[in-house]
Design a protein around this ligand. Sequence first.
Ligand code: LLP
Length: 404
Amino acid sequence: MQEQFTNEQLVQVAKEFGTPLYVYHAEKIKEQYQKLTSTFSDQDVTFFYASKALTNINILRYIKEIGCNVDCSSINEVRLALHAGFEPMRILYTSNGVDFAEIEEAATAGVHINIDSLSNLEKFGKKYGHTYPVGIRIRPNIMAGGNLKISTGHEGSKFGIPVDQLDKIEEVVQSTNLYIRTLHIHTGSDIKDPDVFVKGIEVLFELIPHFPELEIIDLGGGFKVPYKSDEEETDIKLLAKKIKKTFDDHPIAGNKKFKVWFEPGKFLVSEAGYLVANVTVLKDNGTTVFAAVNSGLNHLIRPMMYDAYHRIENISNPDGNKKVYTVTGNICETDTFGTDRELNEIREGDLLVFYNAGAYGFEMASNYNSRFRPAEVLIKNNKASIIRKRDDIEDLLRNQIEQH
Ligand code: LLP
């Protein structure tokens, strides 16, 4: 199975579709999914792709085609998942801070729902009572994740209902006769250490006796993927082993046979995506040689937002002498993609590739500086199809109401 595009393939698609361009590798998504399913094949585990990472409808359809379910963080993601053809039972809506009307719409659609506040839990109980099984997102007070901006399970985090408010949860459940089928946690993104998941399970185990109808332990997403060449992804085999042991060793869970759910986003699509951009200007400012590309934080915000590292290569001159460059975008504020990177000699007009651009790349793109968002191309069975056209001036004016 082909895992990565060659430089020539990327140069070819860039020629055909122009730059800046997001390119996705379908089989890489499948490979990542199968890595998960084959490793957990002896456990009752289901995966829901966290679609917030990349929601292009063709990606959602591909996710469906390979047999994966889908996790949504807004009612619009639920609508997109339904549009992509997912049956409601394959859709999970993990809401956060949302208007109750969104939860009602999700319930009308018949999808799985996790609720993350006492307020919405109470509204849900008053409306649905025992008729609609539901999940509760618990804040387990665990600090995890690659950096604070993507940590969600610690004390002080806005996510979930703090585990120490169990008495309040019980009050709501009892007074409204709720049917609690799932307990959910998601402690962060970029989690390398499998023990973080074990710790989370242990927190939830304490709650089991309080929810007799519990069937599902939903451990969220957050598996790490390698961004740098010396990094490794979460050891899924070790994770599977530890999870099995944690459940087997527990006096209640060992017998009760809970279902386990995960919601991976990055793990499925990060490495499948590439952002290809064109070097527009080379500028030697005396101390630094800047290579500016026809892209920027408007297309890939992760370096500026999280100090995230994205590997960069010059695919137009792979044999050129190595030189040091700071790669920037063309946005009218600092938008550095990479500082002091050793790259094959860059000439204006060369194509640079930013790796790991599949997750939270296009999805977090904007029209800042009134620039167009890139086109997206999906390569499947070696065939490249355009799955989103590049914005044009009409897109910038759409929805604006010109008062004369
Ligand atoms: N489940 C829930 C409830 C989540 O909030 C998230 C991500 C996921 C699953 C998927 O997490 P993943 O497997 O992708 O790590 N924009 C940031 C990441 C934000 C993650 C938000 N929630 C980034 O680019 O690093």
